[in-house]
Structures are given as C-alpha cells and as structure tokens.
Design a protein around this ligand. Structure first.
Ligand code: SF4
Length: 337
C-alpha cells in the first residue's frame, strides 16, 4: 500500500476500533443528573423507559465522548501543575424523589481553605465566549449545554454544598475558564418536581406531552428519541393540509418577517462598523445607538506573526442607548474582523 492508501486504512481502523468500544445501550432505573436539565420531559421519560431504543452512538460521537474524558484529565493535570489537588472519587450520589431518584457522579472535588467544592468539568468545542455565568447555559442554542447547569446544581444539592465550580475547557484553545456556582434552591426544586412527574408518567407507562415543536428541539439531529416520539405526526392539519398549530404558524410567520430584516441588518451593521472603525477608537452617539470602538489585543495564529505574539485590532459594539441591558441588541464583530 502507498501512503494515501495507508491514510485511508488507518482512519478507517480508528473508527472501527471506536465502534468496538461503544457499550450497548441499557435501560435506566434512575434519571441521571446529566439528563435532568433537558428541555423536554418526554425525552426524559424515554431515557428512563426506552434507552435501548435511543439513536445509535456513531464512532465519531464515541470519539467525542472519549475526548471529553481526556479533556478533564488534561484540566486536572493543569490543576496539579498549579499546585492544587483535585480529588476524584468513584462515588455515586443520589437524591430521592417520589417514584425514583436522580443519580450522578461528581467529576472531582477541590479542597480550598478547608472547604470542599464539587467540580464539574466540561469541554466545549464552541460557545465559550457565550458563557460568563452558569445561568448563561440555560439559554444555550445547544441542547446538551442546556443540561449542564442542572447537573452541577444537582451535585451541589446531593453533596450538601453551598458552592461549587464549573471548569470549562475550550477544545480548540485548551484554555480553562472557571465559573463559580452557588446552590440555587428554587431551581433545584424545579428539577426535583420535574423528575417526580417523569417517574409518575413512567409508572403509568404514559409519556408526558410533547414540547411545542416550535421550540426547535424536535428533530432527529437534536433529539435521540425523535424516531419513537414522531412529533411531526402530532402536527394538526385540516383537510387541505393547512397547519392549525398556532405556535408553528407564528414560527413560520416570524421567520418570514425576519428573513429580509436579518439580511438588511447584516448589511447595515457592516456599514456602521466600517464607519466606526474609520473614525478610530471612540464612542459615538447616533440616533438611539451607542457605537463603541476600542483597541483590543489578540493572540496571533499566523506563523509569520508569531514573533509579535499579540496584535491590536479595533472592536466595535453597537448598542441601543435606551436600554440598560444588552438584550440581544449588542453587536460585537469580535476579533478577526
Ligand atoms: S421529539 Fe420533541 S417532544 Fe419528542 S421527545 Fe424529542 S424533544 Fe421531546
């Protein structure tokens, strides 16, 4: 074989080896702390009652899961190098709810000034810049990231800890961001109630209602039980095939209304940003907008720029001056533009 043939064969062999490491699906008797934060109670019901029917793990996904473990190991090595002692324990913590329990295993603990902090590690391929606080993950557009806050909150509750830490490692940058997390009783109570409801449905063998299709989670790419749930079958139409689901009608109309606005907004933003950058670092008040341009520094990736290590660039942000927060109105063209 030549090098090109070896390259193909070795890649195939790696995937084949990953397939051999995939463990068969098992039915669960409990809800996992890593699952309880999912936005759909019906998904949790299937996790509890029909996990063997879950969409198959692909070798690519298996490698991704294993990569998560390596990432956690790397972060623990970073901690040790920095003089900390992460304590990993193979202990399963349970919290009982009527009908069953939520179980999970804390990644590791850090003992700091005599206080023991449960630590949860996550490797993120993207989305690091979206997260400044654990609550930011509750609104993530990625379903699996939405589950993370519930996992860490459950661990705090299970271990009687008022505070813990989330360690996020960028899979590309290998940088670690550490978020403090305080136990939020109200949020945890909601999780316990949710688990109780799911166990009740499991007792009667009746899945909870589907979530509204328009929330965007009901497709095969984001739901492992889409093939069992078949949410499209539940979309009500009249005899002419006109969809009667109000939320879906709103979703389509919303999209159509926004489509041209998004394209126009992108063009306008480019024009405003170009104007602001041409005027240099300053704050401009124009109409209802506050346009801030700052000089920022970024690490250089380009080989020829390595000697300089960092370079400066202009960053422009456009905000609505009438709003005290940024609620989606902030535009940050970010590094690289
Ligand atoms: S398809 Fe939708 S309603 Fe059904 S389990 Fe998945 S997320 Fe839930």
């Amino acid at each position: 074989m030549n090098a090109a043939e070896w390259a193909v064969k070795i890649s195939d062999d790696i995937l084949a080896a990953a397939v051999r490491r995939i463990r068969p699906r098992q039915d669960y008797e409990k809800i996992h702390a890593s699952s309880i934060g999912d936005p759909c109670p019906r998904w949790l019901y299937y996790e509890l009652t029909q996990a063997r029917e879950k969409a198959a793990i692909t070798p690519e996904k298996q490698l991704l899961f294993e990569g998560g473990h390596w990432q956690a190991e790397a972060t623990m090595a970073d901690l040790r190098a920095a003089g900390y002692t992460p304590l990993a324990q193979e202990v399963v913590y349970d919290v009982a709810v009527p009908g069953g329990k939520i179980s999970g295993m804390v990644d590791f603990f850090l003992e700091l000034d005599g206080q023991r902090y449960p630590c949860e590690h996550k490797g993120l391929s993207y989305g690091m810049s979206e997260v400044d606080d654990w609550r930011d993950m509750l609104d993530s557009s990625r379903r699996w990231i939405r589950r993370y806050p519930a996992q860490v909150q459950t661990y705090l509750y299970q271990t009687n800890s008022e505070e813990g830490l989330m360690l996020l490692r960028g899979k590309e940058s290998c940088q670690v961001r550490i978020l403090p997390v305080s136990l939020d009783y109200e949020y945890v109570e909601g999780l316990l109630k949710k688990a109780e409801d799911v166990f009740l449905h499991a007792t009667f063998g009746e899945p909870p209602d589907r979530i509204p299709y328009a929330q965007g989670w009901c497709n095969a790419a984001t739901c492992d039980y889409h093939h069992l749930c078949q949410p499209e079958q539940a979309i009500v139409t009249d005899q002419e095939g006109i969809v009667l689901d109000e939320a879906l009608v709103l979703m389509v109309n919303d999209y159509l209304g926004l489509e041209s606005a998004i394209a126009r907004g992108t063009k306008l933003k480019a024009a405003i940003t170009a104007m602001a950058k041409a005027l240099g670092p300053r704050t401009l008040l124009i109409g209802e907008g506050v346009i801030m341009t700052e000089m920022k520094k970024r690490r250089c990736k380009a080989v020829e720029a390595k000697a300089a290590h960092v370079e400066e660039y202009l960053q422009t942000k456009i905000k609505n001056s009438n709003r005290s927060n940024n609620n989606g109105n902030e535009e940050d063209d970010g590094p690289g533009e």
